[in-house]
Design a protein. Structure first.
Lengths: 120, 135
């Protein structure tokens, strides 16, 4: 089975990157690919829960819904522990089902588990 | 023993000008084709503007012409329908016969397609590169 890792490095709003990357992840899952999403840097903001209807408020889709869909579809979603600490984001603020790992572990996944890496 | 042809897939996520990502992508693709790779390109986000007909940069690398030459050398090039629709390229429903969404504004060598087109490329590649997603 083809494996892909989608690396998210941008915050959920202000750029199209995070939406676009998560859209690739969910599309790949729906086609039966094995998908890991890794959020690092400002990408970890996409792991926070509690977005208040961004489509209605700022005309951008909810990346929280996208992350929840990815987990529901069986995707693995990892957030960078160090990037969370730097930004003062606590575990209880994160979407349920996200895996918190140190950056080195995320690099191990990228380097050791094979597959294709696409960055956003 | 015959060696299996390797495949390179590239996604362009930024417009044809304003940065050199499209230029880099086309040059990498050209080199890969010369080395015997199969090349697949997917235009995503603002990257779909590289499909615009009639590009006429005075000083820069002409990305539309470069894509046409790459397709003539065998590259498969698709673009995202959702991104293309948002930017005014799509002019109708999916054409089953042509296996593309219609557009008189896009160069013919680029097939406007769903994001499944990219996933299918990823499912059939040895290497993948994304360009332009860092800005």
């Amino acid at each position: 089975m083809t494996k892909i890792l989608v690396l998210i490095t941008h915050p959920p709003f202000g750029h199209e990157n995070t939406f676009a990357g998560l859209y690739v992840a969910s599309t790949a899952l729906s086609k039966g690919l094995e998908v890991t999403v890794a959020m690092t840097g400002d990408g970890v903001y996409a792991g926070r829960k509690g977005q208040v209807d961004p489509l209605a408020n700022i005309n951008m889709p909810s990346t929280e819904d996208q992350v929840r869909d990815i987990i529901d579809l069986g995707g693995r979603a990892i957030v960078d522990q160090g990037a969370l600490l730097e930004r003062g984001i606590m575990q209880e603020e994160l979407i349920e089902g996200l895996e918190i790992q140190p950056l080195g572990k995320i690099h191990d996944v990228m380097l050791d588990e094979g597959g294709i890496i696409v960055t956003f | 023993m015959v060696e299996k042809k390797k495949t390179l897939t590239m996604m362009l996520f930024t417009g044809p000008y304003g940065s050199q990502y499209a230029d880099h992508m086309c040059r990498i693709a050209d080199r890969a084709l010369d080395k015997g790779y199969g090349v697949q390109i997917f235009l995503y986000g603002d990257g779909v503007h590289s499909q615009l007909k009639g590009q006429n940069p005075k000083a820069f690398f002409n990305v539309g012409e470069a894509l046409t030459k790459l397709a003539e050398k065998g590259a498969v090039i698709k673009s995202c329908v959702r991104c293309s629709q948002a930017r005014g390229y799509v002019e109708g429903e999916f054409d089953e016969k042509e296996s593309r969404y219609p557009s008189s504004k896009a160069i013919n060598v680029v097939k406007i397609y769903s994001l499944y087109g990219y996933v299918e490329m990823l499912g059939n590649t040895d290497k993948a590169i994304t360009l332009g997603s860092s800005n």
